[in-house]
Design a protein around this ligand. Sequence first.
Ligand code: PLP
Length: 523
Amino acid sequence: MDGSSFIKHGRNMLEYINKYIRNTEQFPVYPHVKPGYLRHLVPEKAPDQPDTWPSIMTDVEDHIMPGVTHWQHRHFHAYFPAGNSYPSILADMLSDAIGSVGFSWSANPACTELEMIVVDWLAKMMKLPKHFMFSTEGSRGGGVIQGSASECTLVCLLAARDRAIKDLQLKYPDEDKAVLLSKLVAYCSKQAHSSVEKATMIGFVKLRQLPTDENYSLRGSTLLHAIKNDEEKGLVPFYVVGTLGTTSVCSCDNLEELGKVCSERNIWFHCDGAYAGNALICPEFSYLLKGFKLLDSFNFNPNKWMMVNFDCSVMWVRQKELLISAMNVDPLYLTHDKKDETVDYRHWTIPLSRRFRSLKLWFVIRSYGVHGLQNYIRKHVQLAKIFAACVVSDNRFELIGQVRFGLVCFRLLGDNVRTELLLKTINESRKLHLTPSKVDDKFVIRFAICHPNANEDDITYAWNVIQDEVELILNPRMSSDSNQLNQCNNKEQENSSPIMHSLLNKLKNFNTNAQAPYFRTVE
Ligand code: PLP
């Protein structure tokens, strides 16, 4: 492709993207495809000769789009929002065009310097403790953009592990490193994201997933009890992950209490605020900063709730040298003569290669301004409260957890199977897309406000769909299936009963062949 074709197809692609974003609702929010659908639609081997642009784009429309889950759809309320906006898309285009691999200052000075500036901007926007900022006089800390929250939790665990092993080696100089490693224990709440468990698996350390209080919050006394138990067994607590906005129910751990326990014992205290951390840009959420001064590290994902595309998870550390000493390898081909005067981010991350991700943060923050971003978050919070009010107004349902951010967790009263069935029928209708979680053995439906321009009509629509589906499965006069469900519930039969099996099988197969209209833009 030469420059003039790039301009021609680029214009076409911008129009296509714009049309897609403006008309996503023409698609079903979740695709009508089965595993392996694409293999039958594209050639078995790569073309030997160049294909034409129109034929590539035709295949995008005919084969790719029908298999896409539309995360930017108005009726997508699953997981957490996937950040998106025009400025972010454009910034990523520029990053791709610059095409640099900014692993060190020397490899792309602007990439490193802009990253250092935007992470400080964000720290100020969120009123984070000054020890996290590069620009604070005498600061030993700083921020970095990682690809994901999972990486943040892992690299902080690696830094904490490195520090703990070095401390133990001073105490037990003759002990084998593997023996010392076997003594390390990390802690998080039962509601913490699975990435914490994965980090401990990769880091080869033990993990205690601790119970929470009635608000699904991990408390200091629970942590202290677990730590004392482990210390009595000769184990070494070294890493605690608190969560600000758990995935399952958006609860917040008591960071102040946990931080006190950690600082008394020199345990690395990390906070994962992947989604809810974004709310800290609004002053009304500043109360959540209680305990932040005790943190060794913190991360949140602008790619969830700040209109920045994936990938972009920002992480700060109090003492950057602890991270660097855990990750530093220094071959001659990567060194440069300015390395002592600045930051080389290759020592802060697992991959060596790094994209120019700060551009999208910079573009988005400048394009919307702090106030624009605050308003976006506030709108989502307001809509979540409206949806929660609908749930509360219907005595067949219960809310699970508090509604502070843009996530509402709810369930039908009674056996889990009712809520499981409701979720299944809603998702199979393709009218909404929702995902579940399990909170203290209760199966709950998570309703996340996701669309960047979500409004009250979307909530009304969603609540009407949910009401219709509830009627369908709970009202015995409306379907024979619901008769069966009621019989099943009355007899307190379990999910595994033959009646429930046949009902679930029926539900599995209905409504999967409908086709939705697609738009064609390539002549
Ligand atoms: N932590 C929390 C609280 C999350 O909600 C999620 C994902 O939703 C993650 C971590 C993992 O995020 P990532 O995909 O950036 O690794």
